[in-house]
Design a protein around this ligand. Structure first.
Ligand code: SF4
Ligand code: SF4
Length: 305
């Protein structure tokens, strides 16, 4: 059995739902990415300017990188909800550890497999944690296509998935795979549904207007107008995925969060105990409270929509 098939088999056993391979080198969509940076569509994430040369070459992330294994791991299709009807983005899954470390750990046996077969070669696992054009690499590896909402869509599963990459200096034969052409066709539901107009046109996101960025990355206050556009979701935004026909619908929630009153009354110690290892920890309690306050103000001071 070719080595790459052993990797696929092991990755599927580990719970990954898609595995693809590509060689190192400039990823697809690099020119588009650079145009996006030049147009200043990255909000206040100025560090992205400095990362552009790194994104052009996976070898800058792992010296002498030869091969990239691209992996997809699913997250729940149900939205975490509060007892009072508020929600957060699906990937936050408050019952699970933050995905960065959890998925890295899950992928470690693949590195062990490579080291066993190719002693002396180096590998690095990346989960949204290194300056890589992850979606471009996933596309080049053939595990999905890029939707007009900029998400990696895997036909038969949709876009509710995390991406991970194993970069390795091992040069082993990989299967020939053609990237999947976009299957969006004439659909434009994501663009029409985006509450802030952040999806300016197909494949063009103004991150500075995007609720995912505004509620998680952005520092400082959130204005009432933004609060009005947040609907009932106080952390992240899934709207452009929820309307996508490649994802399962309708929207369902699972009550896995405290009420927003309880969150507003949390102190750092309680937050750390309850959410310290989850995806909420990266943004922190202060931003979560800020977001809830923005929702509340948008509703004229009340919690009920
Ligand atoms: S995440 Fe929300 S705000 Fe951002 S582009 Fe998608 S629909 Fe628009
Ligand atoms: S909603 Fe339609 S246009 Fe947008 S990503 Fe999905 S299929 Fe493509």
């Amino acid at each position: 059995m070719p080595f790459y098939q052993r990797i696929i088999r092991r990755a599927l056993d580990l719970g990954f739902i898609a595995v693809g391979f590509c060689r190192s080198g400039p990823p697809p969509f690099l020119a588009e990415y650079n145009r996006w940076i030049d147009a200043g569509k990255y909000g206040e994430m100025k560090w992205l300017q400095g990362h552009r040369h790194l994104k052009a070459d996976p070898g800058a992330v792992l010296n002498d990188c030869e091969t990239i294994i691209s992996l997809a791991y699913p997250y729940p299709s149900k939205k975490p909800g509060t007892p009072d009807g508020f929600t957060t983005a699906r990937y936050t899954n408050p019952e699970s550890r933050d995905y960065h470390e959890a998925i890295k750990e899950r992928a470690r046996p693949l590195v062990a497999l490579i080291s066993g077969e190719y002693p002396g070669e180096r590998s690095r696992i990346c989960v949204d944690s290194a300056p890589l054009l992850e979606r471009g690499i996933a596309y080049a590896s053939g595990i999905g296509f890029i939707g007009k909402n900029n998400m990696l869509i895997r036909p038969g599963h949709g876009s509710y998935l995390f991406l991970a990459e194993v970069l390795t200096t091992a040069l082993f034969p990989i299967p020939a795979r053609k990237p999947l052409v976009s299957m969006c066709g004439t659909c434009s539901r994501c663009i029409e549904a985006c509450p802030t107009g952040a999806l300016e046109r197909p494949f063009l996101l103004d991150a500075g207007k995007c609720l995912s960025y505004l509620t998680i990355e952005k520092k400082g206050p959130i204005d009432v107008e933004t609060g009005k556009k947040m609907g009932r979701c106080f952390f992240g935004c899934d709207v452009c995925q929820e309307v996508c026909p490649f994802n399962p619908g309708p929207v369902e929630t699972i009550e896995s969060l405290p009420s927003i009153d309880q969150i507003l009354h949390m102190d750092e110690e309680i937050f750390e105990n309850r959410f310290g290892k989850t995806a909420f920890a990266r943004a922190g309690l202060e931003k979560i409270k800020r977001n809830i306050m923005a929702l509340r103000e948008a509703r004229g001071g009340g919690y009920q929509g």
